[in-house]
Design a protein around this ligand. Structure first.
Ligand SMILES: C[S@@+](CC[C@H](N)C(=O)[O-])C[C@H]1O[C@@H](n2cnc3c(N)ncnc32)[C@H](O)[C@@H]1O
Length: 251
């Protein structure tokens, strides 16, 4: 059973599917980041960092642009200057922020955070979360203590489905080069799905599929982006995670 899976008093098993997404763009103070690279952080240090978050690496794939880890609680992507940690359950990703800033300086040569995005949907069971993730106010207080110019937002109704975001604003001011176009065009598409058809979801159980490869094929996930290298995992007794990386650096 996952460390974050909870047996409720009525015998029901509960796992918080809502994922916390932390994305950090690093830079060097002088703007000369040629040799700096987050992928220089040794694996052993990454593992210690993830222990703080309360998850672990279960698989790894890479291409020229990105190191992609499947975690016991979702995924970690590391490219030259970007760190993306996405974790579900009762993980505590914000507690790894300070140690990560030290690792980025010590091993990767990055001394500054250029931008940061922390986001998540409202939890299904907030009372099961661990401080500082019990409430968005707690998360914002921690982030504010580290970043003087952060801003917190909520999209949607705060008593229903909503999406929280913390980011370092305003971006043009931080870049100090407002007239220049961004050097690295980047788009992220995030799709959050709930209340899915249980019949289709049974694909992601050990009863229906022997392994992750079979689940990936049956679900048609291997056809979403042709030629991506898929690193997938089927949990016991149910649950599925996958990372897909393509040659051109998408993931
Ligand atoms: C890491 S989550 C899936 C994350 C995936 N990226 C997503 O967006 O759905 C794994 C799923 O497998 C289930 N699961 C079963 N055993 C697990 C284990 N030992 N550790 C983590 N999750 C487990 C959880 O209930 C959860 O729904």
């Amino acid at each position: 059973m996952a460390a974050t899976e909870v047996n409720m008093s009525d015998g029901e098993q509960f796992f918080e599917g809502v994922e916390k997404l932390l994305e950090i763009w690093f830079t060097t103070g002088d703007g000369n980041a040629k040799t700096a690279d987050l992928r220089k952080i040794p694996r052993h240090n990454l593992e210690s960092l993830l222990k703080i978050v309360r998850c672990e690496i279960i698989s790894f794939a890479k291409n020229d642009q990105i190191d992609a880890y499947v975690l016991s609680e979702s995924s970690l992507f590391i490219s030259k200057r970007r760190f993306i940690l996405k974790t579900c359950g009762t993980t505590i990703p914000l507690l790894c922020l300070e140690p990560l800033l030290h690792l980025a300086e010590q091993f990767a040569g990055f001394t500054e955070v250029e931008d940061l995005f922390y986001s998540r949907k409202n939890y299904r069971r907030p009372e099961l979360q661990v401080t500082p993730h019990k409430h968005f106010d707690q998360e914002v207080a921690l982030l504010d203590s580290l970043f003087p110019d952060g801003a917190a937002y909520c999209l949607g109704a705060i008593n229903r489905d909503c999406w929280f975001l913390y980011t370092l604003n305003p971006v043009p001011q931080r870049n100090r080069r407002p007239a220049l176009p961004p050097l690295e065009p980047d788009q992220t598409l995030e799709i959050l799905m709930t209340d899915l058809d249980p019949e289709i979801m049974s694909i992601f159980t050990r009863e229906e599929c022997l392994n992750a490869t079979e689940a990936t094929k049956k679900a048609g996930i291997d056809k979403i982006i042709p030629n991506m290298v898929i690193d997938d995992f089927l949990f016991e007794p149910c649950g599925y995670s996958m990372n897909g990386v393509t040659k051109n650096g998408h993931y």
